[in-house]
Unconditional design. Structure first.
Lengths: 333, 296
């Protein structure tokens, strides 16, 4: 399809007023989902009952338990606590940690930067590795070599992240000794003072998502490559880099963009595991540690932040898909 | 997002039941290889405890040894023989995911069948709940549960079952919707068969392939998920000999004896690969379009 042919079929004037309701509807979905997430997060903790004894240990006196309950408002009804918590979230007050007895925000804030850098790094790595490989294998690879690539992705996909990370650590950290097997260095000095500490965790997280994106990209590229407009482009004399990049990629990309948004959920697991494995001082490690030490306020705050990010990432992916796909741009109302 | 998947399934997506032999399943490269690997691992897990040289929790005064003739995989920081722990540590790696997937399958099959067949308000409510549940990342949900209830095998199995049930329900519901308008279902309804008969005697046999693929796929994910949770210290608790727990504990010895960490880690990987290969082969074997579309 040429540019002019695309534009001729669409009345331009009607597009702008149509897109607003779609976004509004998506925003409402987002808010409802976020609300549901807060209820699930808080509800689960409420069902579990009073954690005071478990946190303070069996030798705590009744006075200590009472003081703990008062400090964390555990003596109040669940609904009141939920509303207080939700109100606090809006004011930027995430509650008090059971373990440090200080504000949850103080526990989380030093870990935000490193985790954000790590996630962005692994996400970029995923895109840079899997999109070209998927595109190339979908358009060019056939027969036995194609089957072997699929087989390899299947095998990598079945390795849990901590196994992949461990193998990387043994290969690159112990045997070749190129990279540190421990990323604790990140917590000292500036955010970018110890770049090598990011490498192994980032590769580990990316390896968890790369196989899926490769398979998805490959399947879509193959489907698009057999379309009549691609064959028409070949007949017009369009040659390779341009054929794949300008004719196949834009049409095969939308499901992959959606998946990259959805894969954010896969990334969360990867981040928790990789940060714990390499001792990386980020939010994932904190999440696992706080879950193990039953520090519910910290886990709730982290779950809410990450859950919100996940929902927003999905919405952004949806919006990008709608924006880049002419067919969908017209269809949404 | 996820709702699109629900809409796009038609009757053509559900394969007709075909009589095919076990041999032709094993002839699919993934199938033969996967079944072979799985049988090997099962043999190791079942026979392991009987051939282990030492008891898995026997503490000795020889901690952190590299591999030797006496301790083939060395000893850990408590001086326990790593080989013996590996031979004892497989059962929970397989059984916990099996439990979680079985529980999730039972609930999801019931809900999915009812919602897919009855449609209407019941289906609308189920779809709504599924869409909300799918919007919450699995790791977050399970970690919140662990923070609230404490870790351990039982909590993790329950949490994973609850988290996976909506995903399975979605698939069963789609498959049911594709079967429900078929003539034999209408005929059963005209005969005045009960709801239970229609769901379990008419529809269930016809979504069998989809069910099988879903079980295998979910089992793969559950093995990886629960092993990771045990590695994080949230699932099976020390001093249990469990491959995930062993990786977490022996990680500190990474620089001294990598083998003691590598072997349990690789065994988990091989187990997940075996089941994943079987899931892939099942998808091909039955030509299960619902799963081809979901996982590509």
């Amino acid at each position: 399809m040429t540019q002019t042919a695309q534009q001729a079929g669409r009345p331009r004037a009607t597009r702008a007023p149509r897109r607003l309701p779609y976004l509004v509807r998506q925003l409402i979905t987002l808010l409802v989902t976020l609300f549901a997430i807060t209820i699930v997060i808080f509800g689960l903790t409420a069902i579990a009952g009073d954690p005071a004894r478990d946190i303070l240990g069996q030798y705590a006196t009744d006075e200590q338990v009472a003081a703990f309950q008062q400090l964390h408002h555990l003596d109040q009804p669940v609904v009141v606590r939920y509303l207080e918590w939700l109100g606090g979230v809006f004011r930027g007050d995430l509650g008090t940690s059971y373990q440090s007895n200080g504000p949850v925000w103080d526990v989380i804030s030093p870990r935000l930067g490193p985790s954000i850098v790590l996630v962005l790094l692994s996400w970029v790595l995923t895109v840079v590795v899997s999109v070209p490989i998927g595109l190339w294998s979908g358009v060019r690879l056939r027969g036995r070599r194609d089957a072997s690539l699929t087989f390899v992705t299947l095998i990598v996909a079945a390795f849990p992240e901590f196994v992949l990370g461990l193998m990387l650590a043994i290969l690159l950290g112990v045997w070749l000794a190129w990279l540190p097997v421990d990323s604790t260095a990140v917590s000292y000095g500036g955010l970018f003072d110890s770049p090598s500490a990011y490498v192994l965790p980032a590769i580990t997280i990316a390896l968890g998502t790369i196989p899926y994106i490769i398979r998805l990209m490959r399947a879509n590229a193959r489907e698009v490559a057999s379309e009549t407009y691609v064959r028409a482009a070949v007949l017009r004399g369009v040659t390779e880099p341009s054929l794949s990049l300008r004719h196949i990629l834009p049409n095969a990309a939308p499901p992959v963009v959606t998946a990259l948004g959805l894969q954010f959920a896969g990334l969360i697991g990867g981040v928790v595991v990789a940060e714990t494995l390499f001792g990386f001082p980020g939010m994932g490690q904190l999440l696992a540690q706080s879950a193990a030490s039953r520090d519910a306020p910290v886990v709730e705050a982290l779950a809410l932040m990450i859950g919100a990010l996940f929902v927003v990432a999905n919405l952004a992916a949806d919006a990008i898909v709608v924006y880049v796909t002419p067919k969908l741009r017209d269809a949404v109302r | 997002m996820s709702a699109d998947v629900l809409k796009n399934v038609t009757a053509a997506d559900v394969p007709l039941p075909r009589q095919r032999s076990l041999r032709s399943f094993l002839a699919i490269p993934q199938g033969g290889f996967g079944v072979g690997l799985l049988l090997l691992l099962l043999a190791l897990v079942v026979v392991g405890p009987f051939i282990a040289p030492d008891s898995p929790n026997e503490i000795s005064d020889q901690p952190i040894l590299g591999p030797s003739a006496q301790h083939w995989l060395g000893t850990d920081s408590y001086g326990r023989d790593i080989l013996s722990r590996v031979l004892h540590g497989g059962a929970s790696v397989i059984l916990l995911p099996l439990l979680a997937v079985s529980a999730a399958m039972v609930v999801a099959t019931l809900v999915g069948l009812v919602a897919g067949y009855l449609g209407g308000k019941v289906d609308a409510v189920v779809t709504w709940v599924i869409n909300i549940a799918l919007a919450i990342p699995s790791y977050l949900a399970v970690l919140v549960v662990v923070a609230a209830f404490g870790g351990g095998g039982a909590v993790v199995v329950t949490a994973v079952a609850v988290v996976y049930a909506p995903y399975i329900t979605r698939v069963i519901r789609s498959a049911t919707q594709a079967i429900a308008p078929r003539e034999f279902v209408l005929a059963a309804r005209a005969r005045g068969e009960s709801l239970g008969w229609i769901l379990f005697r008419e529809i269930t046999p016809n979504i069998g392939p989809t069910l099988l693929v879903e079980i295998a796929l979910r089992f793969t994910y559950a093995i990886m998920f629960i092993a990771s949770l045990s590695f994080l210290g949230l699932g099976v608790q020390p001093p249990s000999a469990n491959w995930g727990v062993m990786v977490a504990q022996n990680r500190a010895l990474l620089l001294v004896s990598p083998v003691g960490v590598l072997v349990p880690a690789l065994l988990i990987g091989v187990l997940a690969i075996a089941v994943n290969l079987i899931a892939d082969a099942l998808t091909q074997f039955f030509g299960d379009r619902i799963h081809e579309r979901l996982m590509v």
